[in-house]
Design a protein around this ligand. Structure first.
Ligand SMILES: Cc1cc2nc3c(=O)[nH]c(=O)nc-3n(C[C@H](O)[C@H](O)[C@H](O)COP(=O)(O)OP(=O)(O)OC[C@H]3O[C@@H](n4cnc5c(N)ncnc54)[C@H](O)[C@@H]3O)c2cc1C
Length: 484
């Protein structure tokens, strides 16, 4: 009888837990620890943020799903890992603090044989003074944030209907942000909705980003094969913005957000400011702040985690200049080098370095997109780690399965306007996610498998994915047949 504990019930942790339950025996325990009672299908928060969906359409309660499938659920926030147990009992354990109403802060020790850390990101709004829903801008990172953004957008629309002009600013709220693709989805959905609501002519829409060029997406950009010719993603995005009348500020680090104005620096210029009536700016991410202790109780957090708070895994972390970064630096098994029964999956693992070339402003602020770990790789890594854990419990000495982002492709459908007849979406595939210039010297990626199209069919696929992935996450019959 074994105990596998999964920290986090997001795309990666939930996938890992579901497959562990499927592959382990009935006497083995699968325990999920996560602070929220609900699962959030985060990609559809974009549609909540423009008022097309309610939060209840993108979340569902986890407890009944886990109960039905024999997964133990602890609504709690993990705070510390004790991978060596105690002097008098070497069983490893995690300390978690309850988030259940009436029991907030109550601590519990949860023992494990294997631990998967899939705690995702901390939304680090504090990195930029005034950033975020507690400051002067909105976010779509959670369903609650997205609903607040939708309410503010509704007010702006009402003002435009009364004849006022409104300035919209959308993008990244710090030079080290990731997830530019999500902000991109938001700005094009926003623009589409303003057209739908008949007020587009009174709106100035501006994109602000830490990307060197449009279409970088924290992946160093890509070359997309479209119907026989090759287009850099910068051209693809520039033409898309030009068609929609969206202006842009690139290579920017937002330094501060005040009421109605964002202060920013660029890599080649002095400090500037841009005014807004409505701003949706993503925060940078860090790890969630887990700590770790050895059997004597000494702090070993730095053995398990990088300074960013993300977990150290089997990657090559030695700092090297951009020109020397290799696809082989990226992790394969996601096992901690310090403890064989400890893994990190999804956003929780520390990438060895960025994918895009990093820059900084003259004052030294980073303008360096962090590498994205989107839904598909996060889920695939969760599943891969679950398989290795199952095999190691059966006697394998080392992880048996690998899922390097430098060997893996990904598909992403970015909504660019939600309407069943007039909507569009950008459908992209990349292979591999992390470019490999040894295998593909010209572009770093296989052009046969790196494609981009925009059109109505993509919107239908996006709607289908919303329903299919929520169905899968609810672990309804046949869930495991739906690909990650
Ligand atoms: C607005 C938005 C739109 C996006 N759209 C897309 C898209 O269209 N396509 C795509 O592929 N990707 C998209 N992404 C990215 C995608 O959401 C992430 O890649 C994915 O959620 C990462 O999965 P994860 O499990 O690592 O983290 P998460 O999904 O964030 O899950 C982390 C889990 O850990 C829990 N947790 C946090 N702290 C603790 C703790 N201390 N102890 C225990 N549990 C904890 C959280 O509550 C959560 O359940 C989008 C992201 C955003 C923000």
């Amino acid at each position: 009888m074994s105990r596998v504990v999964v920290l986090g019930a997001g795309i990666s942790g939930h996938t890992a837990a579901a497959f562990l339950r499927r592959w382990l025996g009935r006497n083995d325990h699968v325990i999920v620890v996560s602070p929220k009672p609900t699962y959030n299908w985060i990609p559809s928060n974009i549609w909540v943020g423009v008022g097309l969906m309610t939060p209840s359409q993108v979340v569902f309660p986890l407890a009944p799903v886990y109960e039905r499938h024999g997964i133990e659920f602890k609504q709690a926030r993990a705070v510390a890992i004790h991978p060596e147990g105690r002097v008098d009992d070497p069983t490893p354990f995690v300390i978690a603090e309850s988030t259940l109403a009436g029991q907030e802060g109550t601590r519990e020790e949860i023992r494990y044989d294997f631990l998967i850390n899939a705690t995702g990101p901390k939304l680090n709004f504090a990195a930029t003074p005034g950033l975020g829903p507690d400051g002067h801008s909105y976010s779509v990172c959670t369903e609650t944030h997205a609903a607040e953004a939708a309410r503010a957008l509704h007010e702006s629309v009402e003002r435009m209907r009364r004849g006022e002009r409104q300035r919209f600013l959308v993008g990244t709220g710090h030079g080290s942000c990731t997830c530019e693709g999500a902000a991109f989805e938001y700005i094009v959905n926003l623009e589409f909705e303003l057209r739908q609501r008949g007020v587009r002519d009174r709106a100035d829409i501006q994109w602000i980003t830490n990307e060197y060029e449009l279409g970088d997406f924290g992946m160093g950009g890509m070359h997309l094969k479209r119907g026989g010719y090759v287009t850099p993603s910068s051209i693809f995005m520039e033409s898309l913005f030009a068609e929609r009348g969206i202006t842009s500020i690139t290579r920017a680090h937002v330094r501060q957000v005040a009421a109605g104005v964002a202060h920013y620096e660029t890599i080649d210029g002095p400090e500037r400011e841009v005014g807004f009536d409505f701003a949706m700016l993503l925060p940078p991410f860090t790890g969630v702040g887990l700590t770790a202790f050895d059997r004597q109780g000494a702090d070993i957090t730095s053995r398990l985690f990088r300074p960013s708070g993300f977990m150290t895994v089997d990657a090559e972390y030695a700092p090297r200049p951009y020109e020397q970064w290799r696809a082989d630096d990226w992790p394969r098994t996601y096992q901690s080098p310090a403890y064989r029964n400890l893994f990190a999956a999804g956003i929780a693992f520390a990438p060895p370095h960025a994918i895009s070339r990093p820059y900084q402003t003259p004052s030294g602020a980073p303008v360096a997109p962090a590498p994205p770990r989107t839904g598909m790789p996060s889920a695939m890594i969760g599943k891969t780690v679950a398989r290795s854990v199952v095999d190691m419990l059966a006697g394998a000495q080392a992880p048996t399965h690998t899922a390097s982002m430098a060997k893996m492709g990904a598909a992403c459908v970015a909504s660019a306007g939600a309407n069943l007849l007039t909507g569009t979406a950008v459908s992209m595939t990349v292979f591999p996610i992390v470019p490999d210039f040894d295998r593909f010297p010209l572009y770093g990626r296989d052009l046969g498998q790196t494609t981009g199209e925009i059109g109505l069919a993509g919107h239908w696929v996006k709607v289908l994915l919303h329903h299919a992935f929520i169905y899968k996450a609810k672990l309804k019959p046949g869930w495991s047949l739906i690909p990650e």
